[in-house]
Design a protein around this ligand. Structure first.
Ligand code: NAG
Ligand code: NAG
Ligand code: NAG
Ligand code: NAG
Length: 420
């Protein structure tokens, strides 16, 4: 028996994209005139120069709005898997790294941040400690954010969202489960199942005191609790006239036998009943809804983003109803090239660091020379900015421009399934 081929929902992955081909498949919105441009590139470091080409944001401090359409489908009674990879090679400081799924009614040429969507999924980063994976789901005219925080990562990562027809979900990063559970529990789509019984009252005599003062404990007879006593040595002055001066009161002195305020000892309360727990009842406003996250005519995948520092590369988009297939595709794309990319990234970062150190050293030398040159004899200084010398960056860009775009390979075959 042959294994059943995976049922493919909608868009398949586009790991290898020819320059003109991606432009045919993706539509730039014209809602705003100054959206940032995407470019097709594998970036500064990668596992495979051709296979790791993806869509990169190329201009700083811009909004981006690009989308691609596929045959409409519904996830009624079906699992929905949304998967893609994103690499933030720029050291992202603030920006979105997520995808959006839209209904067929979206006008791609007019797509913008307020366009109605079904799902936002992926990392969202802005500032220190403010990075998370968004899973925002549309339900009855409202957008609901995931209540469980999912931390995201930088570098290149594979993001997978699974929504199952039995109202469970899972989020995976790099094919590892990071969170899973029930849709009802982890989003506030519905009112809670249980509420506190509004008629239940704590009994007036309910004893919640863990400890009490011992009622048996008595103050000893000889307990001195006067802090001050009249000075026994003091004498009423002979000329004290009670009629004129009032009753004589001698001065007070500290009581040498004073023991402090007496307090009964504290014991465990023998009648302690525990903390009163408000009984719960079924919430009359709660009604289960099997249509949560059931979407019809899912038909557009969009990159609708704001980025301060650009350079994120989106790749390996996949929509399917087969969890295992998605995992396998993840393994065969991101998975087999991640280690190579990591090695290259480390090398690249090392080179960048050395370059910066070298520049700092040169700058300091120049400053020293200028300090020594008090007579200004060295007037014709070399004005060339070391930063403008052709460096590795430029070299890499030239290589990119020279590159011959490859033909289709086996990964594009997957892409073709979408056209079936
Ligand atoms: C989904 O399942 C329900 C219940 O089994 C069935 O009535 C309905 O026709 C199914 N929908 C689709 C699109 O298969
Ligand atoms: C939901 O479906 C998944 C996959 O079929 C299964 O592993 C899981 O146990 C189900 N969960 C519930 C609560 O039905
Ligand atoms: C999906 O789109 C088709 C074609 O436009 C339309 O006839 C149908 O009503 C839509 N389905 C839903 C559930 O919106
Ligand atoms: C994906 O790769 C992991 C790690 O090598 C492996 O455990 C898993 O079985 C693979 N999954 C599929 C569906 O090939």
């Amino acid at each position: 028996l042959l294994p059943q081929p995976p049922k493919v929902l909608g868009l398949q992955l586009l790991t290898v994209m020819e320059e003109d081909r991606w432009k045919k498949r993706w539509v730039e919105s014209k809602h705003q005139m100054d959206y940032g441009k995407f470019q097709l590139t594998a970036g500064k470091f990668y596992g495979d120069k051709e296979k790791d080409e993806g869509l990169q944001t190329s201009e700083d401090a811009k909004f981006y709005a690009l989308s691609t359409r596929f045959k409409p489908f519904s996830n009624e009674n079906e699992t929905l898997v949304v998967q893609f990879s994103v690499k933030h090679e720029q050291g992202i400081d603030c920006g979105g790294g997520y995808v959006k799924l839209f209904p067929a009614t979206l006008n791609q040429e007019d797509m913008h941040s307020e366009s109605e969507y079904y799902i936002i999924f992926g990392p969202d980063i802005c500032g220190f400690g403010n990075n998370k994976v968004q899973v925002i789901l549309h339900y009855q005219g409202k957008y609901h954010e995931n209540k469980k925080t999912i931390k995201c990562k930088v570098n290149t990562h594979l993001y997978t969202l699974i929504i199952r027809p039995n109202a469970t979900y899972e989020v995976k990063i790099d094919n590892q489960k990071v969170v899973a559970g029930g849709l009802e529990e982890d989003w506030d789509f519905l009112p809670p199942r249980k509420i506190k019984d509004p008629y239940a009252r704590k009994p007036r005599k309910w004893d919640e005191r863990l400890q009490i003062e011992d009622p048996e404990d008595k103050k000893p007879e000889d307990w001195e609790d006067f802090e001050y006593i009249p000075d026994p040595e003091a004498k009423k002055p002979d000329d004290w006239n009670e009629a004129m001066d009032g009753e004589w009161e001698g001065p007070l002195i500290p009581n040498p036998k004073y023991k402090g305020q007496w307090k009964p000892r504290v014991i465990d309360n023998p009648n302690y009943q525990g903390e009163w727990i408000h009984p719960e009842i079924d919430n009359p406003k709660y009604k289960p809804d099997p249509t949560i996250c059931r979407y019809y005519n899912i038909s557009v995948l969009g990159l609708d983003l704001w980025q301060v520092k650009s350079g994120s590369i989106f790749d390996n988009f996949l929509l399917t109803n087969d969890e295992e297939f998605a995992e396998e595709v993840g393994n065969k794309t991101w998975g087999i090239r991640k280690d190579l990319e990591k090695q290259w990234r480390e090398l690249y970062e090392e080179i960048e660091k050395r370059k910066q150190e070298e520049e700092a050293r040169k700058k300091k030398e120049k400053e020293e020379e200028e300090k020594d040159d008090i007579w200004g004899t060295e007037e014709e200084r070399n004005e060339e900015d070391p930063a403008e010398e052709p460096g590795n960056d430029r070299q890499m860009q030239e290589d990119d421009a020279d590159r011959a775009f490859p033909g289709r390979n086996e990964e594009v075959l997957v892409d073709q399934k979408d056209e079936l």
